[in-house]
Design a binder for this molecule. Structure first.
Ligand code: NAD
Length: 515
């Protein structure tokens, strides 16, 4: 803990309310952060009360009034500075992610790298917030589209990417001229505090506050206030489909905008002609990486019958070599699940699938004894299942891979698309027709579709998000920044007449004029 205290400035008891400075003693109840590694308490956080909430929203609104008119490239400069600090702290921050969330050290650092990438990307973006010029039907008129900052936005994040998801939103929102309020998952408050401290230090050096704000509290105390608050024109929320339904409903009722990044139920299709070596490596990373706790985790494997047996055997063999244990040990491939509830949910899903007729081919054990005292360690499971089983249609946030066998690509695509979620998808094939069919309008119905690459590990340059119950939101690259701005169509008349659109003549003709 000492390293974290020195390098990241976190303590044993922390304030969970920051806006540039910290509210010394927020009035909400104390929250304890536990490590899934050993189940022990890491630190305590004082959460936000209603009064703290009001105070921070006012700070953010006040900051917006000047931040919105700061030139975007200047805003980008500040984001560049944040990226630089993240570079300097990459190792220690990655380690904190591992300690609090349980992903292995390489993935913890990878998460911080993703934040750095988002910062770099956003710096470039700060000089690229472009609009269009559109031909006017009226003479001596110019019509254009411009993008303005939206306001103070709400960012709600999930436990599994405790800091990267903040950066997907925050880095872009900041260069777009928005101020923001972040409510992280109550399971990962410390990483949020560490990141907020970094943002605070940079802002202080520029004499600014209120752009990046943090409010730690439960979904009831802070989350529900944010989603119902008309002062937040956009709520960008990452989490389960159930949470997204609630947020979509409440934000929609006040006609606000929501950007929803919700659960996935991602599948890989492997055709007879696939390179099985590539496929099995991608499946292993996709299904076992982050202990199956990625939104893009591979949860279903659809195999053409010619390779099904061989691929299944290969996977079972590699699953048996997966080292489960302390995520800080470099030899470990899979760390713990986030908490005991998650481990129990996995055991329950396995029981259900067996009851429905599924066959457990390997793994699926809850580990006990020395090194596993937290009760959060499991072995990754492979299950022979049927696509119509109800449990297979749900996202169980744990390392369970369901296997199906199909005759051809048509059947594979039908099964692939027959789930409520639509986040990430992949096909392994050497056949151009199969690749293109998978990517065609009649192919995968997901927001992300890959060929000879697994379902997880997206690059930030593309727009990230999914369809159907995954919520339809897009974050990170491409033109996702538009969600954080308001569009304005502006028309300028530089002539001496006032022609109306659609050729409408309006007003008295000169002979009819009465005066
Ligand atoms: P969760 O839904 O339990 O919580 C996510 C966040 O929403 C937390 O901060 C929580 O406090 C908040 N929340 C819950 N109810 C709320 C409410 N009524 N009002 C305001 N805030 C509320 O999810 P989790 O267990 O933390 O994370 C796992 C889930 O997140 C999985 O379903 C995973 O697929 C999804 N996820 C999706 C993406 C994506 O980009 N699509 C990325 C990461 C995680």
């Amino acid at each position: 803990m000492r390293d974290f205290v020195v390098e990241l400035g976190i303590n044993e008891v922390n304030s969970g309310v920051g806006f540039g400075d910290w509210v010394e003693k927020p009035k909400g109840p104390e929250l304890v952060s536990y490590s899934p590694i050993d189940g022990k308490e890491i630190a305590r956080v004082r959460t936000a009360s209603e009064t703290d909430y009001e105070y921070v929203v006012e700070k953010a609104e006040g900051a917006f009034r000047s931040w919105r008119t700061t030139p975007a490239p200047k805003r980008g400069e500040i984001v560049r500075e944040i990226g630089q600090r993240l570079r300097d702290k990459k190792k220690i921050l990655g380690k904190l992610v591992t300690l609090e969330m349980g992903k292995i050290a390489a993935e913890g650092e990878g998460e911080v790298q993703e934040m750095i990438d988002m910062a770099d990307y956003s710096v470039g973006l700060s000089r690229q917030l472009y609009g269009l010029t559109i031909s006017s039907e009226r003479p001596s008129h110019r019509m254009m589209e411009q993008w303005h900052p939206l306001g103070t936005i709400g960012i709600v994040t999930a436990f599994n990417f405790p800091v990267a998801v903040w950066s997907w939103n925050a880095m872009i929102a900041a260069v777009c001229g928005d101020t923001m309020i972040w409510k992280p998952s109550s399971k990962t408050p410390l990483t949020a505090i560490a990141v907020q401290k970094i943002a605070n230090e940079v802002m202080k050096a520029y004499g600014l506050e209120g752009v990046f704000n943090l409010l730690i509290g439960s979904s009831k105390s802070v989350g529900e206030k944010m989603i119902a608050d008309p002062r937040l024109p956009l709520v960008s929320a990452t989490g389960s489909c159930r949470m997204g339904q609630r947020i979509g409903e409440v934000v929609g009722k006040r006609l606000g905008r929501s950007l929803l990044e919700l659960g996935g139920n991602n599948a890989i299709v492997v055709m007879n002609d696939a390179n099985l070596e590539l496929a099995s490596r991608a499946i292993l990373f996709g299904a076992v990486g982050t202990a199956g706790q990625r939104c893009t985790t591979t949860r279903r494997l659809v195999m053409q019958e010619g390779i099904a047996l061989k691929l299944t055997d290969q996977l079972i063999a590699s699953y048996r070599q997966v080292r489960v244990g302390d995520p800080l040990d470099p030899k470990t491939l899979m760390g713990p699940l986030i908490d005991r509830d998650a481990a129990e949910t996995m055991m329950h899903a396995l029981k259900t699938v067996k009851k429905e007729g599924g066959e457990l081919l390997c793994g699926g054990t809850l580990l006990e004894g020395k090194g596993y005292e937290s009760g959060c360690y499991v072995t990754p499971a492979i299950v022979k299942a049927h696509p119509k089983m109800s449990i297979v249609r749900e996202e169980t946030f744990a390392p369970i891979l369901y296997l199906f066998t199909v005759k051809d690509l048509d059947e594979a695509i039908a099964i692939h698309n027959d789930v409520p979620q639509g986040l990430s998808s992949a096909v392994f094939t050497q056949n151009v027709r199969a690749m293109e069919t998978f990517l065609s309008p009649a192919g995968s119905d997901c927001g992300i579709a890959n060929v000879n690459i697994g379902t997880s590990g997206a690059e930030i340059g593309g727009a990230f998000g999914g369809e159907k119950a995954t919520g339809g939101g897009r974050e990170a690259g491409s033109d996702s920044w538009k969600a954080y701005m308001r569009r304005q169509t502006a028309t300028i008349n530089y002539g001496k007449e006032l022609p109306l659109a659609q050729g409408i003549q309006f007003g008295p003709t000169p002979s009819e004029a009465v005066c």
